[in-house]
Every structure is written in structure tokens, then in C-alpha cells.
Design a protein around this ligand. Structure first.
Ligand code: IVH
Length: 671
């Protein structure tokens, strides 16, 4: 094929593929089969291979595949991505409407035009179009800085690579929600269970997991889609209202939720909310409320923003979903620290697209207070991501055959004594070698925020314990390929990957290692503080309670828990064993003699030149410490705009207060 014909053919293929994508993803009426679509795709790919100079930025072949990334690049949003205030009932909404009228100096019987939209339960993203071509997409992140997930967003077929208009804005940033519809979500979970992988708890988690894949090839296999709902920065194409914005982007083939609608006044909002509540059950995707926005962008401007949310919009959330089912059994289970908690095993029931068969009863006191018994008919509730909880018993369904479960006096796993410790609601197993505690401690040790041993999940840990290959965390580092080959469904390659993952966890930072040990009351943050203060595992293990308490944020209870942990003979043995298998926690080079050695900084207010975590890193790199609250020990308070109570406190303590610029100068060493 000659180049000139190739160019022509490329034009045609682009247009065809765009049309078929639209028919398939937006209009739900495909005209060709998947195989026919693949043929177009392959033809285009072939031409591009022959004439790489003809590949354009918006080629449909770039939507899939591509190289896996190490990590995502950071993107600063030109306009911060705000969140929304919540309303939970009609009074809250009435209050919102009244406040707006007051601020806009409207009479109380005036009716504001609002646009109501379903509140999608997915992930907020930003799409950037330059001269009508998709050039970048990012996650919301902390609202100011997100992650560049362009490659993944390109695999979402309903996101146009080019806007369908001859006169696109010079710059158009569009915010929207990426989500996974319920049907593919259920399918995906079924497949995961067949493959022995844990199912996703809800479509939101599934969408988040799919979108944050470093390998866009994986994202491409998940049928994600998007509804766009707000502009970010826009150049050369002012929109007058939300209605005008939505109808323009809809014409340009950006997906817009067809249920979005302009309504008048508070009555209109309530009508829309009730309609959505009724429709909710039959929608093919999850919504968790309704978003109400002032339609007129001039009024939006006049109302302005608070620090984290606009004054002109509000999210009216649906109440958590409830369902009625029967408690078939109540099983006590033992956690990592030996706490024994009751879990209700339920007659399986579906709530918001997820089959629920367990619910937490929190603790024995609560179980007794609510008088929950085996055989009871109960109301359960599932709010967002949290584990379903039992709300109350339907006493009218009692037959008299229900059985209350007494508070255990022995551990259900190892039969050691179980006791309720003074001042705590928890009942705790006292057995040191309790298998359930060991299991939980290994799961915690290998988990993402701890040693981050990729691939070593509960499934494998259970097999390791069952086969007697592992008795404590140190045994992990002695495993061989032959050991792992005893697993069900294990191949050479997988075994090797797992061993590599274990091997590469040997030099995690000291703070991470301390957290991974699972000392009671020592979370990620405290572990890091301890590592920073003591500098080595040996020093930390030798520290007395008062030395530990000298560390910021460590009180007597935490200090006691740490010394008790390191005094435990079994714990010392496991730590020695870890070290002799080559585990060697690394200590970040602290800049001794750094400009800020020994100094404490507090950042407050909204910062414009850098974000909080960067600021913290800058301070730490110079040997200083960034704290969350102001005290006499604070050396400098760096105040951005709208700084509040912390700044006041700093003033009253007579501390040194710096602007962002002054801080940067100090960092640069010019002061
Ligand atoms: S508008 C300043 N519209 O809800 C306005 N948000 O709780 C920003 N969301 O971060 C958002 N559906 O992820 C808007 N129709 C909708 C939405 C929506 C879902 C999410 C979005 C936002 C969160 C705020």
C-alpha cells in the first residue's frame, strides 16, 4: 500500500471505529460483531506498523495494551477538584436552599433553578482535551494533585479520543465518575471466585482496582465506563450554565447521565430525589444519592467555594441499604492481637448487588445489649464500604428456639483461657501459640502497608499453615520452590514469583518492619515515629518505657505495649530468626546536620506553592520534623491562606510564623 492510500484508509478506519465504539458503548446498539471490530483494529495496527509516521496521538489502537508502568506520574489540577457537602434529609436540603437564597439576596418564595444528577458511586477523574483531542487524564488524588492515569483511561471505550465538534474549546477539562456497571461487576466477581481470587466488596472497589492498574492491558479487560458531570479549566468556550455544559459535552460525545435534569426549587429537588430512590433498584449501576447544583454559572460564581467544597452544590445521600435475614450461627473469631469477636453467619442475602453472608456484631457487649441470638431474624445494614452490621432484632419473629451465645471463657481456636481485660470491651485469648493469632499475624505481616509481599494473600498463607511449612513470619524466608510446589494450582513460574516477592521484602524501611511486627497500639504512623527516633531495631528493642514515652505521640499505654512485646521470649526468638534469615530493615539516611535538625514545623491553612506531603518531605530531608498540631515545642508555623485555629494558637504562644515564600527561602538557606 502506498503512503497516500494508507493515510486515506487511516482516516476511514478512525471514523468507523469511533462510530462503532459509540454505537456499542453509548447507544447500546452495536452494528458489528466483536470479531469484525477486531478486524478493523488489526488492519489499523498493521498500517501503523508499516507507516509509524502516520500514527496520531488520538489513534484508537492506543486505547488498549501499552507498557506497564512502575508508578503513576503526579498531575497538579489546574483547578482543584473539590468534594461536596452532604445532606441526609429534607430538612438539610431545605436549609441548603434557604441559605442560598439568603446569600443571593433572593426573596424566600423565589425558586432557584437546580440541575439534579444521580450521584455515581465510582471514582472521580479529570479528562483534559486540548483542541478537542484527549491529552491527559488523572485521578482526583487529594483534590490538588492526582495521578496520571491517561493510559488506563484510553482503554475506556466510551471516552472519546477526539471530541465530536469542528470547533472545540482550546482547552477543556471535564470531571466525571468512572464506574463499573453491576452486570460486569457480578461477572467479574464470579470469575474471580472461580480462580480462587477474593471477590471485590462492591463495584466501586472493583472500578478503583481496575483503574489504578499499572498495566493498562488489565484495565482494558474491565468494562469500565464514565459519566461526565463538571467542567474544570476551560479556555475559549464559556458555558453559561450546567444545563448548557451538559448538553454541549453530550453533543461532543462525552457520556452524560441521561437522568440528569433541570428542576425548579426545593419541590423539584425532592421530586427528583424520590424518583431516583424508586429507580435505584432497577438501574444497571450503583448510585448512592443525588447531586444538586445551582444551574446558572453566574450564580455559582457569586456563591463561591468553601475550602473543600462549593457553596452552590450539595450531595443528598440515600440512607444505607437495609435487608432482613436470619442469623444461622454466631461464630467467635480470633484476630491478630487475640481479640475474640462474634461474627454472625447469615442466610445469604443480596444488598446493593453484593451477596452478604456475614455481619459483624462488633463485640460481646453490643451483642448482649441488642440481645442478638442464633436463629434471630434481624435487620442488617450495609453503608458504603463497611462490613455489614446487624442493626436490630425483629423480636416479633422470635419462636422461643433462639439461642443466646455466652461470652467465651476459652479461645475457640486453641482453648487457652480467654478473658475480658479491665477497661476494654474486648475479650482476649491469652494463648501465645494460638493458631488463629499466628495466621492473622502472618496476614498482617505480608499485607500491602506492612512488608508488602506481593501475591502472598490469605489463600496461600492458609496452605502454608496447613502443610506445616510455616509456623511464624520468619519461616516465610526459608521457603523453597519445592515447598511451594505442594500447593494446589501452583506452577514453577508462580512459585518463583512468590519467592522473589518474599526476598525483595527483606530490606523494607525500619518503620515498615516495626509496623509489620503487629505490636498492639503501634500503627503505621507510630511505627515510623519510633523508627525515626531510635534509628535501629536494636535500640528500639532495648528502649525503656520512659525513653519510649519521650517520643511524640507515644503515651504510657503504647509504651507499655511495646516493652511487653519485646520482652516476650517468643517474639524475641521470631525477630532473631527473621534477622538470621537475612531480613535487614533499612534506615533512611537522616541528614545529620541538615538545616532543620531537631526542629519541628507545623503547616496550616491552604498551601499553594506545595502540598502538605511534599512540605513534610522537604522538612524531613533536612533533618526536621513536621507535626500535626501546634505546641510549645513547635519551632515554626508555616501558614497558607485561610489558616484558622492553629495560627491563632501559634500567635498566642509567640511562635515564629512563616509564609510559604519565607519557608522556601529558609529551605534555600538564604535566611
Ligand atoms: S460534582 C464541585 N456530580 O461525588 C463539584 N460529583 O462527594 C464536584 N460524584 O468527588 C463534584 N456523582 O466523585 C458531582 N453527578 C455528580 C457526581 C459526583 C458522583 C462524586 C465525585 C465527587 C464526590 C463528592
Amino acid at each position: 500500500m502506498e503512503k497516500i492510500f494508507a493515510e486515506e484508509r487511516i482516516d476511514l478506519l478512525y471514523a468507523e471505529m469511533d462510530r462503532h465504539n459509540r454505537l456499542y458503548y453509548e447507544e447500546d446498539r452495536p452494528e458489528i460483531s466483536d470479531a469484525e471490530y477486531d478486524a478493523l483494529f488489526n488492519e489499523l495496527k498493521e498500517i501503523e506498523n508499516r507507516f509509524p509516521e502516520l500514527i496520531r496521538v488520538d489513534t484508537p489502537t492506543m486505547r488498549v495494551g501499552g507498557k506497564a508502568l512502575d508508578k503513576f506520574k503526579q498531575v497538579t489540577h489546574r483547578v482543584p477538584m473539590l468534594s461536596l457537602d452532604n445532606a441526609f434529609n429534607q430538612e438539610d436540603i431545605g436549609e441548603f436552599d434557604r441559605r442560598l437564597k439568603k446569600e443571593l439576596a433572593l426573596s424566600l418564595d423565589a425558586e432557584i433553578d437546580y440541575v439534579c444528577e444521580p450521584k455515581m458511586d465510582g471514582l472521580a477523574v479529570e479528562l483534559v482535551y486540548q483542541d478537542g483531542v484527549f491529552i491527559q487524564g488523572s485521578t482526583r488524588g487529594d483534590g490538588l494533585v492526582g495521578e496520571d492515569i491517561s493510559a488506563n483511561l484510553k482503554t475506556i471505550k466510551s471516552i472519546p479520543v477526539r471530541l465530536n465538534t469542528l470547533f472545540p474549546p482550546r482547552l477543556l477539562e471535564v470531571r466525571g465518575e468512572v464506574f463499573l456497571p453491576l452486570l460486569p461487576f457480578r461477572q467479574m466477581n464470579m470469575e474471580r471466585e472461580e480462580n480462587g481470587e477474593p471477590p471485590f466488596a462492591n463495584p466501586r472497589n472493583a472500578a478503583a482496582g481496575s483503574l489504578r492498574q499499572l498495566d493498562p492491558g488489565i484495565t482494558a479487560r474491565r468494562p469500565l465506563t464514565i459519566f461526565c458531570y463538571a467542567p474544570g479549566a476551560v479556555e475559549s468556550h464559556p458555558f453559561a450554565s450546567q444545563t448548557a455544559f451538559l448538553s454541549s459535552i453530550d453533543e461532543w460525545h462525552l457520556p452524560v447521565n441521561p437522568l440528569a435534569r433541570k428542576v425548579s426549587g426545593i419541590k423539584g429537588i425532592i421530586g427528583f430525589y424520590q424518583e431516583m430512590q424508586t429507580q435505584r433498584e432497577s438501574l444497571p449501576y450503583e448510585i448512592d444519592g443525588v447531586v444538586v447544583k445551582v444551574d446558572d454559572y453566574r450564580l455559582q460564581q457569586e456563591l463561591g467555594m468553601k475550602s473543600r467544597s462549593p457553596r452552590w452544590a450539595i450531595a443528598w445521600k440515600f440512607p444505607p441499604r437495609q435487608a432482613v435475614t436470619v442469623i444461622e450461627d454466631i461464630i467467635p473469631s480470633v484476630g491478630r492481637t487475640g481479640v475474640i469477636t462474634p461474627t454472625a453467619h447469615l442466610k445469604p442475602i443480596e444488598i446493593s448487588g453484593v451477596t452478604v453472608s456475614r455481619a459483624t456484631l462488633h463485640n460481646w457487649e453490643e451483642m448482649e445489649r441488642k440481645d442478638i441470638r442464633i436463629g434471630d431474624t434481624v435487620v442488617i445494614e450495609r453503608a458504603g464500604d463497611v462490613i455489614p452490621a446487624v442493626v436490630r432484632v425483629l423480636l416479633e419473629n422470635r419462636t422461643g428456639n433462639e439461642l443466646p451465645l455466652p461470652i467465651p471463657t476459652v479461645c475457640p481456636e486453641c482453648s487457652s483461657p480467654a478473658v475480658k481485660i479491665l477497661d476494654e470491651v474486648a475479650v482476649r485469648c491469652l494463648g501465645l501459640a494460638c493458631p488463629a493469632q499466628i495466621r492473622e499475624s502472618i496476614i498482617h505481616f505480608a499485607s500491602r502497608h506492612a512488608m508488602d509481599i506481593d501475591g502472598l494473600g490469605e489463600k496461600y498463607i492458609d496452605q502454608l499453615l496447613r502443610l506445616g511449612l510455616v509456623h511464624d513470619v520468619a519461616d516465610l524466608y526459608r521457603l523453597t520452590v519445592n515447598d511451594l510446589m505442594q500447593f494446589e494450582r501452583m506452577g514453577d513460574k508462580l512459585a518463583e514469583n512468590l519467592l522473589n516477592a518474599i526476598e525483595s521484602s527483606k530490606n523494607r524501611e525500619l518503620g515498615t518492619f516495626v509496623f509489620a511486627l503487629g505490636i498492639r497500639h503501634v500503627g503505621e504512623h507510630t511505627a515510623k515515629l519510633l523508627a525515626d527516633s531510635f534509628g535501629s531495631l536494636q535500640n528500639l528493642m532495648a528502649a525503656a518505657e520512659d525513653e519510649l514515652q519521650a517520643v511524640r505521640e507515644v503515651g504510657p499505654q503504647v509504651a507499655r505495649s511495646i516493652t511487653a512485646f519485646f520482652a516476650g521470649e517468643e517474639n524475641r526468638r521470631v525477630i532473631e530468626s527473621l534477622i538470621s534469615s537475612g531480613v535487614s530493615p533499612s534506615v533512611a539516611e537522616k541528614r545529620v546536620g541538615g538545616r532543620f535538625t531537631g526542629m519541628t514545623f507545623v503547616f496550616t491553612g491552604s498551601l499553594e506553592r506545595f502540598n502538605r506531603s511534599d512540605a513534610q518531605k522537604m522538612v524531613e530531608a533536612e533533618g526536621g520534623h513536621a507535626a500535626g498540631s501546634v505546641s510549645k515545642k513547635t519551632d515554626y508555623v508555616v501558614a497558607g491562606s485561610e489558616a484558622g485555629s492553629k495560627l491563632e494558637k501559634a500567635r498566642s504562644l509567640g511562635l515564629k510564623i512563616l509564609s510559604e515564600e519565607e519557608f522556601l527561602t529558609l529551605l534555600g538557606g538564604e535566611v
